[in-house]
Design a protein around this ligand. Structure first.
Ligand code: C5P
Length: 250
């Protein structure tokens, strides 16, 4: 069984599941937290919820005992990202992320600031993850728009290596990138994967999908799951089916 980069004990199937709180209201989000808190590892707060309700939504989830992945993908000058990273630690999040395209110094600044703030607060250090190339980009966009003249896969590997050099805990990666990253990156490195679809769920707009079992078998530590659970008439039952599929993949 593959263990997480910063946990000594292997992650349990339940701990690996992060529910994306892609919902329109704080009420709905908090109800879902109440419903699933005993069955999943974490809740993802992204731009929609954070822009609407601010850091208070994170505090309210934390007050309920929920662990939070703050998915705001910081991308700014190192000083600004360092300050934002310290604030993420103050909020008590378990994971937050930055764009690797912000560069080595920016990623280092995020890691150092998070460590300093965690020491100050005597709180656990969150995982600091890098987003490499957004999965909405393809080879053509990379070449024609960004003028990056190498394949998307090579660029993803390069940025993941840069993230490791900066001291980051790991990366956010599409299911298709997991195997490649596990080969390319040695040592302890977290891989967190969205775009996971159990066989019984709709694909929605996700194109490059894997089942939960396949994703953990390929080397994913954490799985972000949204609609397969959110759209299910019995959300707890959907989570339990996913836990079972993860067990099969480990
Ligand atoms: O509903 P679904 O399971 O597709 O939700 C996946 C979540 O992961 C969403 O919050 C989406 O924004 C996020 N995500 C993604 N693909 C990425 C990065 C993040 O689907 N490459």
């Amino acid at each position: 069984m593959r263990s997480s980069a910063t946990h000594n004990a292997p992650l349990t199937p339940k701990e690996r599941i992060i529910i994306a709180l892609d919902l329109d209201s704080d009420r709905e989000a908090l109800l879902l937290v109440d419903e699933l808190i005993g069955d999943v590892g974490m809740f993802k707060v992204g731009h929609q919820l954070f822009t609407a309700y601010g850091p208070d939504i994170v505090r309210r989830i934390r007050d309920k005992g929920g662990r939070v992945f703050l998915d705001l993908k910081y991308h700014d000058i190192p000083n600004t990202v360092a300050k934002a990273s310290a604030e993420a630690v103050k909020l008590g999040v378990s994971i937050f992320n930055v764009h690797a395209l912000g560069g080595l110094d920016m990623m280092k600044a995020a890691v150092v600031a998070a460590k300093e703030e965690a020491d100050r607060q005597r709180s656990p250090l969150p995982l600091v993850l890098a987003v490499t190339i957004l999965t909405s980009m393809d080879d053509t966009a990379l070449r024609r728009e960004l003028k990056i003249n190498r394949s998307l896969r090579r660029e993803v590997c390069h940025l993941a290596e840069l993230a490791q050099r900066a001291g980051m805990s790991g990366v956010v990666a599409s299911p298709r990138e997991i195997t490649m990253l596990r080969k390319a990156i040695r040592g302890r490195f977290v891989v967190l994967t969205p775009g996971v679809r159990p066989a019984w769920a709709d694909k929605d707009d996700q194109k490059r999908i894997m089942s939960p079992g396949e994703a953990v078998a390929a080397g994913a530590d954490y799985l972000v799951v949204g609609r397969p659970v959110l759209k299910s008439p019995d959300r707890r039952a959907a989570v339990h089916k996913i836990i079972h599929e993860i067990e099969q993949g480990l």
